[in-house]
Ligand binder design. Structure first.
Ligand code: ARG
Length: 458
């Protein structure tokens, strides 16, 4: 049995099976960079405060830098019996620089150490996730700009509703992904406080300079309560919640990509590099990627539920249950980033079948509201106009024609308010162009929205 760093009070070594069970090194080794960075800041402060001799602090810092370089070069093998990344690095340090290495953990606990590591890790991951979202937004704006006049049907209940443009549809997602970006910024802002100095739960008797450590690690401030600082993982839950919302948005978009690439819709062609074939059916081209992202959404929701459940009803302060935060959090981070990484080029490379979209907008009486609006503008009450046009649609369905195929005599018979300009008023292009209210689908309104979104990106 190997001797533990905390072994003084024990008369026996740990059972081997227990050791494997409770060790977290196989997943928390991902935090080595943050752990070493935090330890360097802590050691420097211990030296500056003369809590340990300055020369010892220098030796510890140099030793930690060597360990970092060796880990990055793939020269370090971690030890399961040293339990987690924190004790693995301390053990390596002591093996390398001797007794002085044992001074590093002065005025520190793994509880404030792990809280620090996750915060440092997530702060960077928020930046990376935001960057991936920015690339997606930029791509959507580019594709939108090319499709300001690409008319397509807009849907409610997946029934054709009113004509819009592809640009307008894409801009809806731009809004969603912008809010997602904001949420990750918010997560990073709230977590950006340094917990070191909180100790195991009750701070420390050493005269630390917590602010100096916070400054070195680029935190906005220090945490204000030692119990809270080591006991909560709400920042991990917040990230996963923001990731869940991003995945929810992606899953809706993916669902549409899947529908649009079906033969029934045929609105888009996925690039060959972003589609798959079938092992049996030679003709198939499947939107697997979009389906996989849709599927992975469930996985991130699961991560969120797992984190919430791990933290539920835990008494203050640290409990070992909290070691379960990492795999779920890492999974959420990897999944949302992985999905964004493939989704963006899939959108950038897809072919848009403008003819099919335009044809789709013509069927299904998507200009019926415009006929009703026409009557309302001529003084008929909207409710009355709605009734008249409903009857006209029924007549069209029975005759198998569209509204613009009705004869002038038929229009006159339906309402005396119609004038010959009705045919012009209900052209699909005009129906779209007239909706230039801010936030509407008219090309000029969407162009303004694109410009505003681009300005927000810089
Ligand atoms: N590996 C532990 C975790 O991830 C580090 C903190 C352990 N602290 C303790 N007192 N057992 O949560």
């Amino acid at each position: 049995m190997t001797k533990k760093l905390w072994g003084g009070r024990f008369q026996k070594g740990m059972d081997k099976v227990v050791e494997d069970f409770h060790s977290s090194i196989h997943f928390d080794q991902r935090l080595y960079r943050q752990d070493i960075r935090g330890s360097i800041a802590h050691a420097r402060m211990l030296g500056n405060q003369e809590i340990i001799p300055a020369a010892d602090a220098q030796m510890i810092i140099a030793g930690l830098q060597d360990i970092l370089a060796d880990i990055e070069a793939g020269k370090v093998e971690f030890d399961v019996s040293a339990e987690d990344i924190h004790m693995n690095i301390e053990k390596l340090l002591t093996e390398r620089i001797g007794e002085t290495g044992k001074k590093l953990h002065t005025a520190r606990s793994r509880n404030d150490q792990v809280a620090l590591d996750i915060r440092l890790y997530l702060r960077d991951e928020c930046t990376e996730t935001r960057q991936l979202l920015a690339e997606l937004i930029k791509t959507l704006l580019d594709v939108a700009e090319e499709n300001l006049e690409t008319i397509m049907p807009g849907y409610t209940h997946l029934q054709k509703a009113q004509p819009i443009t592809l640009a307008h549809h894409l801009l809806a997602y731009v809004q969603m992904f912008e809010r997602d970006r904001d949420r990750f910024a918010d997560v990073a802002r709230r977590l950006n406080r340094c917990p070191l100095g909180s100790g195991a739960l009750a701070g420390t008797t050493f005269h630390l300079d917590r602010q100096a450590v916070a400054d070195e690690l680029n935190f906005d401030s220090i945490t204000e309560n030692s119990l809270d600082a080591v006991a909560d993982r709400d920042f991990a839950i917040e990230y996963t919640a923001a990731a869940s919302l991003t995945m929810m948005h992606l899953s809706r978009f993916c669902e549409e990509i899947i529908l649009w690439s079906s033969q029934e819709f045929a609105f888009i062609d996925l690039d060959d590099a972003y589609a798959t074939g079938s092992s049996m059916m030679p003709q198939k081209k499947n939107p697997d990627l979009a389906e996989l992202i849709r599927g992975k959404t469930g996985r991130v929701y699961g991560d969120l539920m797992a984190l919430l459940t791990v933290m539920k009803a835990l008494p203050l302060a640290y409990n070992k249950d909290m070691q379960e935060d990492k795999e779920t959090l890492f999974d959420a981070v990897d999944t949302v980033k992985g999905c964004l990484t493939v989704f963006t080029p899939m959108i950038r490379t897809m072919g848009v079948r403008k003819d099919k979209m335009r044809a789709g907008a013509s069927g299904g009486f998507t200009n019926a509201t415009d006929v009703a609006d026409y009557l309302a503008k001529k003084g008929v009450s909207f409710r009355e106009a709605h009734e008249v046009v409903g009857k006209m649609v029924l007549m069209c369905v029975q005759k198998g024609v569209s509204l613009d195929e009705l004869t002038w005599e038929e229009y006159q018979a339906c309402s005396p308010a119609f004038e010959p300009d009705i045919y012009e008023a209900i052209k699909i292009e005009k129906c779209v162009a007239d909706r230039h209210v801010p936030g509407g689908p008219a090309p000029q309104a969407v162009r303004r929205a694109i410009e505003a979104a681009r300005a927000r990106l810089c």
